[in-house]
Design a protein around this ligand. Sequence first.
Ligand SMILES: CC(C)(COP(=O)(O)OP(=O)(O)OC[C@H]1O[C@@H](n2cnc3c(N)ncnc32)[C@H](O)[C@@H]1OP(=O)(O)O)[C@@H](O)C(=O)NCCC(=O)NCCS
Length: 217
Amino acid sequence: MNFIFGAAGFAKEVDWLIEDLFSVQSIDYRTNKFVAEDGNKLIGTTINSAKVIAESDFLNKYASTENNCFIAVGNPILKEKIVQKIKSVHSKSRFPNLIHPTVSFDRRSSKLILGEGNIICSQSVLTTDIKLFNFVHVNLDCTVGHDSIIGDYTTISPGVHISGNVKISEKVFFGTGAVVLEHVKICAGAKIGAGATVINDINESGTYVGTPARKVK
Ligand SMILES: CC(C)(COP(=O)(O)OP(=O)(O)OC[C@H]1O[C@@H](n2cnc3c(N)ncnc32)[C@H](O)[C@@H]1OP(=O)(O)O)[C@@H](O)C(=O)NCCC(=O)NCCS
């Protein structure tokens, strides 16, 4: 069974990504059910004719089936919580990587190294010698330059440009259109605002906005 976690906009976009993948490849990850947090008002409704079920239902009813799980929630901390819950009770759930067919990357061996659960959306370009750890989202129309490393659960919103040799730690959030200059390092948990330009290393978690990006919180 295939499950998309989340029932908001990004979950619908991941559903679309999976449809696009199926149109060019034989792997069928087409969604059987969406999973929303308990109490979410969308539980019991349908999205693109797939039912939205509660997270507790998923955890109880599908513990012994082989499941492909796609975590379509942007908030890095929530992403981690969902994954930890699934892994604590489901030994047969898997987290395949999703790469939209229009994504451009170096397809030679080990030039793009991926852990599990990564989602790379339409029109993004990742050049060469890049590593994405686990559960990283690269949303629409982003670029990631050579020799860059992106840590677990990081979320990259649409139109973000990451230059070469950038090191991004875990659970970093990038708002739409942010830019990171080459050789910059960004620490765990940093939030980069929409449109920000990061020109220096960020060594302290917090919220950074503007050009050049400065800490506001
Ligand atoms: C950076 C961000 C996360 C901060 O959100 P927040 O914690 O709620 O912070 P606030 O809205 O209280 O803003 C704090 C200050 O930063 C300023 N600020 C917030 N976002 C900013 C941005 N992107 N650029 C410039 N200034 C910004 C606010 O004006 C405010 O300034 P003030 O204290 O002088 O009034 C958010 O504004 C943002 O940019 N989110 C990205 C959303 C996005 O791209 N989503 C992608 C969906 S696919």
